[in-house]
Design a protein around this ligand. Structure first.
Ligand code: HEM
Length: 579
């Protein structure tokens, strides 16, 4: 009634009849198109689910898995072409995957692969252990499109530099081609990462530099033998960032840009907004520091070029200008590749992202849980005992012993399970069958860590605590013969992959574990720390006390799905003194 009256008023006073019809027809048509899309996609979804159900009944009746592959169900959507893009692009961490999980659970069928439409692009989301493992093993997937988009949109490189840095992956090759590829591979980033990041002696050298710098920072810290109140993570986040940067990239980059630590967390928080092409107007903060950081990084690279220090004669484990061997090797490779100065700076910042964006927040979350009054009281003392067992008589930490401590490892892996939110994304270079589903060439395939790492049907087996809660002992198994607990992840294959998987699994994973455990051990062995209360930020971004109750425990910051480890919104206030 109201609409009709409004139409009559508009017609009589303002608009000619034809315009009025158009004005009212547009929203009606859009609404009808959306309703139609929702109906069609819902019917299609239900039909595929029914097919999946009858397929699994047939398979179990004949006791064979030999069933004809079908296309996965497509999650119903309302807006044509856009599909689930708007829901996917929300900044409430984990919510899209929780919605997807409950939609699939409602069907009552087991659906290990489901397709979502993201702005015209089909993406197959895999969640069963078998499907994720098949993805990691496949030789017919690559990260080419993802890498190019990352380089040009998120890191700020030119198209040309992105093409040089990420040449197209060749997956179907002849014998000759394969031999040629092998020879070419010797001079790639992958080979470089193996030599300078994954090789155990390289990792140990990086860890040693990290420890040396940490030692100096801790000696410099303004803590005495008297108790002092501090917000632990505000202090630690900066210390760890500067120490890891110095150990890996050298101290000069920080001298040239003393605000790198602050700029970095804005750059980091905006990475996926830039990657998804969210306009500057909508999210100016995501772009604000990119140019400044690129300029400063370029300045640092130019200093190196002038001083010709990419190739120091004795290639030391560490020197101030470019830090570690891995960074100097990267710069020599950039030169051979012919990257522009801007491109080199963009990829160095990308490397800094890899180095910092997960290890620092994981260390903070781990400490937050260890000091939280909600964590059972035996956990922290047990971890302190394990750290003590790894201390040499002179107080130094033996990293090999530290890395083999069961509870410490379990707590670290539980923290990664809980907080790493990465989106392993590949494109299909060929039609592929995964876990009985037919996936088409050129589609995307995604393994969201959050979906698998929070799956209650897997993590809550044998009465284990809720998949959404932090449980220090989750990765401990009991050995009846020795009567001891040991740490194990072998039972989690395909369900726990904080470092991604396949040929592009994180090359920094070995160093990351040593760095996090080493930082934790160094803090707990050098300082006495007493938990006072949780802290949160008020409207003016000042830290305020929130008491000791569960509601004060730090929240996760808003971020897009897959932006790496969730960032902490909050802190803990502690009393600290030197031992
Ligand atoms: C807890 C700490 C860390 C986590 C959870 C983590 C996670 C990841 C993930 C999920 C990927 C993508 C893998 C894929 O697509 O399958 C990745 C890539 C990468 N990470 Fe890490 N990472 C961590 C620490 C580090 C550290 C300390 C470094 C550097 C020393 C590093 C360097 C890199 C690099 C260079 C890549 C890109 C590799 C490529 O392009 O193929 N990461 N990381």
């Amino acid at each position: 009634m109201l609409q009709l009256r409004l139409a009559a008023t508009l017609r009589d006073h303002f608009l000619p009849t034809t315009w009025l019809h158009v004005l009212f027809a547009i929203p009606l048509l859009v609404g009808a198109a959306c309703l139609f899309t929702w109906l069609v996609t819902t019917i299609q979804f239900r039909r595929t689910v029914a097919q999946i159900r009858s397929r699994s009944l047939a398979a179990s009746a004949t006791a064979t898995a030999n069933v004809k592959p079908i296309a996965p169900p497509v999650l119903p959507y309302v807006v044509p072409w856009l599909g689930s893009a708007l829901a996917f692009l929300n900044e409430n961490p984990g919510s899209f995957w929780t919605m997807l999980r409950s939609k699939l659970a409602e069907t009552g069928a087991s659906i290990p692969v489901c397709t979502i439409l993201l702005g015209g692009q089909k993406a197959h989301v895999v969640s069963s252990a078998a499907a994720v493992q098949a993805l990691f093993k496949s030789k017919h997937v690559s990260r080419d499109i993802f890498n190019h988009q990352l380089a040009t949109k998120a890191l700020g490189s030119s198209q040309r530099d992105a093409e040089i840095m990420f040449p197209p992956t060749i997956t179907d090759t002849t014998h000759d081609q394969r031999d040629k590829d092998k020879a070419d591979k010797a001079d790639t980033m992958e080979a470089l990462n193996h030599e300078f990041l994954l090789n155990q002696s390289a990792v140990n050298a990086l860890t040693k530099s990290f420890f040396d710098c940490l030692q100096r920072e801790f000696d410099r810290a303004e803590f005495d033998h008297e108790w002092k109140s501090v917000h632990l993570f505000t202090w630690l986040k900066r210390v760890m960032f500067n120490v890891a940067t110095t150990a890996v990239l050298g101290s000069t980059i920080l001298k040239l840009n003393p605000n790198l630590a602050e700029q970095f967390w804005d750059y980091e928080a905006g990475l996926l907004a830039r990657f998804y092409g969210v306009p500057r107007l909508v999210k100016p903060e995501a772009y604000a520091c990119l140019d400044v950081m690129l300029d400063k990084t370029q300045e640092w690279l130019e200093l190196g070029r002038d001083q010709a220090d990419f190739n120091p004669a004795d290639d030391p484990e560490w020197e101030p200008l470019f830090g570690s061997k891995v960074v100097r090797a990267r710069h020599r490779l950039y030169e051979r590749m012919g990257l522009t100065a801007r491109g080199k700076a963009a990829f160095d910042l990308g490397f800094l992202f890899g180095l910092q964006s997960n290890a620092v927040p994981i260390t903070c979350w781990l400490l937050a849980h260890l000091f939280s009054p909600m964590t059972p009281a035996h956990v922290l003392p047990k971890i302190q005992t394990e750290i003590k067992a790894a201390q040499r008589p002179n107080g130094e930490i033996d990293i090999a012993i530290l890395s083999s401590q069961p509870l410490l490892n379990s707590a670290l892996h539980e923290t990664m399970r809980q907080y790493v939110d990465s989106l392993v994304t590949r494109q299909l270079n060929k039609d592929m069958i995964i876990d009985g589903y037919l996936l088409k060439k050129n589609d995307l395939i995604m393994a969201p860590s959050s979906l698998s790492q929070h799956d209650p049907t897997f993590w809550e087996q044998e009465d284990a605590p809720s998949a959404d809660s932090w449980y220090a002992e989750r990765f401990l198994k009991h050995d009846d013969q020795t009567g001891r607990d040991y740490f194990s992840t072998s039972w989690t294959a395909g369900k726990f992959f904080p470092f991604g998987g396949g040929t592009q699994v994180c090359p920094g994973r070995v160093f990351a574990k040593q760095e996090i455990l080493g930082a934790l051990a160094a803090i707990l062995s050098r300082f006495d720390i007493k938990f006072v209360e949780f802290a949160g930020t008020d409207k003016n971004a000042n830290l305020v006390g929130l008491g000791k109750g569960a509601s004060g425990f730090p929240k996760v910051k808003r971020q897009y799905a897959g932006n790496g480890t969730l960032k902490m919104d909050g802190d803990i206030c502690v009393q600290i003194r030197r031992k």
